[in-house]
Each structure stands twice: as structure tokens, then as C-alpha cells.
Write a protein that binds this ligand. Structure first.
Ligand code: FES
Ligand code: FE2
Length: 441
């Protein structure tokens, strides 16, 4: 039987040259180690972009709310109001600025259901529309215009059940920011994937390095070798060939599609044989692995927007949404979201959420657990490498890096971020680092 390299090879190759504006020169990683760039990036990118903050399933009824503590951006309250719209507000009281919504610890995120928010300091109350509805001892205030008092609103909109906010003064409509290629995914059955496994951690390294680690498939035999085959020479042969992947750029977003193995055939009684202390045996027992459950739930036809690169033995599509969010839709009917929140130039918080349809029985539940477990294990192998990379980059002993053809999305990613920063730098404060999006059209 031919190996995976022969079976999946297409001979297409040569990706970067399809995007001549990206060039092929070595790249400078100052954007990942510079404090000055980090501050400019927070203003130009994070204070002006649509940022995903949750899903509609987190707000099941009127009055449901959750708070988000967004590093460098502040605390917000996201609430389903009495008219069923979803709104977001800065989490701050109009009286003397106390944080309005929190439970045991002010720095922790909270969630719940209520009819009104009450400030813990002096008891002012707010309706679900964010407006002040009660002022304690109102007659003791001087010319208070109660109708104008409120939690300051933050732009908030939804797409495909994902809740986004935008801290900019003027925000372009969410749908125009997403663009046609993302909107095509709207018919994906996100609403049926309600079984969620979440994982959170902090990674000591610039947030962009974590995104770099999922924009190429060059590293798996080395970073994930233990899972593929401890013998690197064999692991290299088990990873699909370079030309089996598909890359697409639709600025400012992009896509990578990857091949994946077919599910195992249905289980025959006695097929497994006696129990062994062996990882591969566990995967066969649970009928699941990194690529998903082997008993794939039937969700009907999936949107045609998937696997546009016509990958033989398609595994998943990872859509990366500018600036810090990615949605990975898997052939075996589950999806994963990844999000990276910069805390400082050398640290970010990392959020991984895996969504499946509700399991119909214990076997399906165990299969989902094993998929989640394998995913987190792989993610942590990537994160370890990110911490190692950052610590070395930060020495600036080496400042020019070389990107291969299959690393074109990394080339593009750093460029769109640098372009966004350059576009919002006040005039005369440093040269624009790269040409703008308009110039390249
Ligand atoms: S600070 Fe909120 S009621 Fe006083
Ligand atoms: Fe990886």
C-alpha cells in the first residue's frame, strides 16, 4: 500500500508566488518583541477591530449575562436584553466608577441571569439596556439627569451565534468586516454543536507566535513527533506532503485546509483483542483521536464553502479571523475555536474551545473526551515551543527569519498586523512598515 506521501501528493505546490505582494524576502520579527510595537498594536488593532467574546448559547434567556475581562481593553458585560437583542457595556458604574458586575472576586469573570444590575458600592441599579433605573437617595443629588446615566455601550453584534464587540468609536458593520468568504459559513450547524470542552492557559510569549504555530504544517513531525511516531524519520513520512494542503487569503482573514485520515470502519465484536498499555489501542478502544470521533454524527449536508481546495481525504478548514480568533471546522463534524488575548509584549492568554453535537450515549461522550484531550495535548506541545521561540527571539541575537513556501500565511499574518499598525500611527511617528492593503490591489 502506498504511503500517505504518495497517496495525497498533488504536485500543485508553489503557494507564495500566487501573492506577489508578499514577496519572498526574510522577515523581521521586531513586531513580536518590541514594547513600542505592542502598544501601537493594542491601539491600532485591538481597540478598533471586531473581537469575538462569546457564543449565544452562553445567553440562553432574557436577562442572561456574562462578563469578560479583556486584557488592556477593560471589563465588559454582555447581556441578552428584554427585547432579545444582545448588548455589551463597559462594566463601570455611573456614580463613582465601581466595577458593576462581579461576584466573589472583582478580577474574575462572572455570569448569571438577572432583571437588573445593582452596584455593590451604593446600590444604584441598571436595566438590561444599561440605563440607570434607580439612584439611591436620588433627592440628595444636584441636577442629576438620570435618563442620561448609563453603563457606556460597546458596539456589539452577532454572526453565526458568535458574539463580537468592537471598542472603536466608529465600527464598520460586522458583516462587512467578515466579508463574503466568512459569511458563506453561516449555514454551518454551529447551533447544533452544544457540547463544549473549554481550556484556558497563559503563554509566556508574544500572541502572534501562537498564531504562527497553527498557520503552517511544517512542524508536526518534530513538535508532535511523540504522538505521530517517536522515530522522526517515520513521523516525517506519516505527515501529508506539502502540496496536500490548501491556503487561501481573503484579507484581512485567511484559511488553511488540511488533509486527515478516514474514520475507522464500524467496530466488529472482538476486533480489539486483549487490552494493551498502548496509546494506539486506547484510540481504537474509544474510537476517536486528534481528527475526531470515528463514529461521525450525521449533521446533514455541510456548506459548500468547506474544502474549497478539494483536498483528497479532507481533515479540516481553519478560518483565521483578523486579529485573534480562529474557527476550525472538522470533517468529522465538530469544531474548535482558538483565541489569543495579548496581555503584554511577552504574554498572552489562550482560549481553546471544542464543540460537538450532544453525545447520544456514553461511548460518544468518551470519544469526545478523548478528542478534547488529544487536542489540548497537541496545543500544549505547540505552546511549549512558542515559549521557547519567544525567549530566544527576545534576545534579538537573530533578527531576520526565513519563511518557506508553505509558511505564506505567517508572512501574510505579520504583514496585515504591521499594515494595521502603520495605518493608524499618528503622522510623523515612525515609518510605515509595509505597504497598505489598498496599495497592493
Ligand atoms: S459607585 Fe456604584 S453606586 Fe456608587
Ligand atoms: Fe502544532
Amino acid at each position: 500500500m502506498p504511503g500517505i506521501q504518495e497517496r495525497l501528493a498533488t504536485g500543485k505546490g508553489k503557494f507564495t508566488t500566487q501573492y506577489p505582494y508578499l514577496g519572498t524576502a526574510p522577515v523581521d520579527y521586531e513586531d513580536s518583541v518590541s514594547q513600542e510595537f505592542f502598544e501601537a498594536e493594542r491601539d491600532a488593532v485591538f481597540r478598533r477591530s471586531w473581537l469575538k467574546v462569546g457564543r449565544i448559547e452562553q445567553l440562553p434567556k432574557k436577562g442572561s449575562y456574562f462578563t469578560r475581562e479583556l486584557p488592556g481593553l477593560g471589563s465588559i458585560v454582555v447581556v441578552r436584553s428584554t427585547d432579545d437583542t444582545v448588548n455589551a457595556f463597559h462594566n463601570v458604574c455611573a456614580h463613582r466608577g465601581n466595577k458593576l458586575v462581579w461576584q466573589e472576586h472583582p478580577q474574575e469573570e462572572s455570569k448569571g441571569t438577572c432583571r437588573a444590575f445593582t452596584c455593590k458600592y451604593h446600590g444604584w441599579r441598571y436595566g438590561l439596556d444599561g440605563k440607570v433605573s434607580h439612584v439611591t437617595n436620588e433627592d440628595q443629588f444636584f441636577g442629576l439627569d438620570k435618563d442620561s446615566l448609563r453603563m457606556p455601550p460597546v458596539h456589539c453584534d452577532m454572526w453565526a451565534g458568535f458574539i463580537f464587540v468592537n471598542f472603536g468609536k466608529d465600527a464598520e458593520p460586522l458583516r462587512s468586516f467578515l466579508g463574503e468568504r466568512m459569511l458563506e459559513l453561516e449555514s454551518y450547524p454551529f447551533d447544533r454543536m452544544t457540547q463544549r470542552f473549554g481550556y484556558r492557559t497563559r503563554i509566556k510569549g508574544n500572541w502572534k507566535l501562537s498564531i504562527d504555530a497553527v498557520l503552517e504544517w511544517y512542524h508536526p513531525p518534530y513538535v508532535h513527533g511523540r504522538f505521530i511516531d517517536p522515530d522522526v524519520a517515520k513521523a516525517e513520512k506519516l505527515v501529508p506532503p506539502v502540496d496536500a494542503y490548501h491556503y487561501d487569503i481573503f484579507d484581512p482573514h485567511m484559511l488553511t485546509s488540511v488533509p486527515g485520515p478516514s474514520p475507522l470502519p464500524p467496530r466488529e465484536p472482538g476486533q480489539l483483542g486483549p487490552a494493551r498499555r498502548d496509546q494506539k489501542w486506547v484510540y481504537r478502544l474509544f474510537r476517536a483521536g486528534l481528527f475526531g470521533p470515528d463514529d461521525v454524527p450525521d449533521l446533514g449536508p455541510l456548506p459548500e464553502a468547506l474544502n474549497k481546495g478539494d483536498i483528497r481525504s479532507w481533515g479540516n478548514d481553519s478560518f483565521w479571523l483578523f486579529p485573534n480568533f480562529s474557527v476550525q471546522l472538522w470533517a468529522r463534524n465538530f469544531y474548535i475555536t482558538y483565541q489569543y488575548w495579548p496581555e503584554s509584549v511577552d504574554s498572552h492568554s489562550y482560549e481553546l474551545d471544542i464543540y460537538f453535537p450532544e453525545p447520544a450515549n456514553a461511548q460518544q461522550r468518551l470519544a469526545q473526551e478523548l478528542v478534547a484531550d488529544s487536542t489540548v495535548e497537541f496545543a500544549m506541545q505547540d505552546s511549549n515551543t512558542v515559549e521557547a521561540t519567544y525567549s530566544a527571539l527576545a534576545t534579538r541575537a537573530n533578527e531576520q527569519f526565513h519563511l518557506s513556501d508553505q509558511e505564506l500565511l505567517i508572512r501574510n499574518f505579520h504583514k496585515v498586523i504591521r499594515d494595521a499598525v502603520a495605518a493608524h500611527r499618528p503622522a510623523g511617528t515612525g515609518a510605515a512598515h509595509a505597504d497598505s492593503k489598498e496599495e497592493r490591489r
